[in-house]
Design a protein around this ligand. Structure first.
Ligand code: G3P
Ligand code: CA
Ligand code: CA
Length: 373
């Protein structure tokens, strides 16, 4: 006690072992003055306890206790007998409390993120999203999927992307889901049922990517198991309002009654898995003969003026669009009701035969995914 800084009057700590220049305090460390970290040779100055669940019960005696949750990557502080979330300091998108704006925003915030489930809030609502963080730099948000559960049903409850109420001239726009703000299904079941997220109409994007994912595929395998994957890269969506919702609603409505030569945009795609020859081999041979691979086309009609929403992987040059395009309105006159359904008349000459006007089984039994970036 000579009046100089750092002077010790006495020690009351029993040190059992000193190694690697560390001191372990088994009980409380009580410091009456400031605790000052000089940072000499160490980047981490203060590290709190990390735990999967609260390391101590929060009662009044514990007020001020802070710990870091390894589960939701959030700091908690005990105050007034309960834990409060102190800050969202995990990467954006990792918790519902801390959503990213989109998969692209999450990727931009942390380039190391991998494909999988995240939380996004493109506008009003926070929703769970599946992100492709790999393809062409990543940042793709899964917004919807078109699943054909039973092509023989001809517009029953499973046909949300055409008509769930049968084939009828009274339903020219069908269920209208391409151009309304309904939502259905779930992101983890997108290969098992029709799926439409808020992101379909809320997330503004420049380009779309499509996957053809074998029906029933688990969420962990969407990208790995996809039969085909391809994306646009010319930013075409910007000129149509930034979503497929606005493209259909404001520019190319899904509704019976157009002429076959009134075709919506055919946008060139880059193949990420598959090729022009690959999709040709999966299409019905007659569709192959009247279409061009390497595109995705929106809103076409057929000979009988039925409206189809999307021709995945192709530009449909002919007029029997019901064999190579998906979704649409609720009125398909030719062979009624044979062409009504989410995959329309892909089964015209026999289910999955890959002959004449019928697509192959592999393509017919794969859900079409839509992703935005
Ligand atoms: O789309 C094909 C249909 O219009 C003609 O079929 O069976 O008469 O050759 P089909
Ligand atoms: Ca369906
Ligand atoms: Ca036809």
């Amino acid at each position: 006690n000579n009046g100089n800084d750092g002077a010790l009057t006495s020690w009351s700590v029993g040190i059992e072992a000193l190694s690697n220049k560390q001191v372990e305090v088994l009980g409380d460390l009580r410091v009456q003055g400031d605790l000052v970290f000089t940072g000499k040779g160490q980047a981490k100055l203060l590290r709190l306890q990390t735990a999967a669940s609260a390391p101590a019960k929060c009662d009044n005696s514990m007020t001020g206790l802070i710990w870091f949750s390894t589960v939701d990557q959030i700091l908690y502080v005990c105050a007034g007998g309960k834990y409060h979330k102190l800050a969202n300091i995990g990467p954006p998108g990792s918790t519902k409390d801390n959503p990213g704006a989109s998969c692209l925003a999450i990727k931009q915030a942390d380039n190391k993120v991998v494909d999988g489930l995240y939380w996004i809030k493109p506008a009003g609502q926070t929703v769970q999203a599946w992100c492709d963080m790999t393809t062409d730099g990543g940042g793709w948000t899964l917004v919807s999927s078109v699943h054909e559960d039973n092509i023989g049903a001809k517009c029953n409850a499973g046909d949300k992307w055409s008509s769930t109420k049968g084939n009828s001239s009274n339903l020219p726009a069908g269920d209208g889901n391409w151009q309304n703000t309904n939502t259905f299904g779930g992101v983890t079941g997108a290969a098992k049922d029709d799926f439409k997220s808020q992101a379909y109409f809320e997330l503004k994007a420049k380009d779309v990517m499509l996957y053809h994912v074998p029906n029933g595929t688990d969420v962990s395998q969407y990208r790995a198991k996809a039969l085909l994957r391809y994306h646009t890269n010319n930013g075409f969506l910007t000129q149509y309002g930034g979503t497929l919702y606005s493209l259909f609603k404001n520019h190319f409505p899904i509704k019976f009654g157009g002429a076959c030569n009134d075709k919506g945009p055919a946008v060139p795609v880059v193949w990420d898995k598959g090729s022009n020859g690959g999709i040709d081999a999966l299409l019905s041979p007659n569709t192959k003969a009247e279409s061009t691979p390497g595109y995705v086309q929106f809103r076409v009609f057929n000979h009988e003026k039925a409206c189809l929403a999307v021709c995945p992987g192709i530009r449909y040059d002919g007029c029997n669009t019901e064999h190579g395009c998906i979704g649409g309105g609720g009125w398909f006159p030719e062979g009624a009701p044979k062409q009504c359904g989410d995959f329309s008349a892909w089964d015209w000459d026999g289910y999955g035969t890959g002959k004449s006007w019928s697509a192959t089984k592999a393509l017919t039994e794969a859900t079409v995914f839509f992703l935005y970036r």
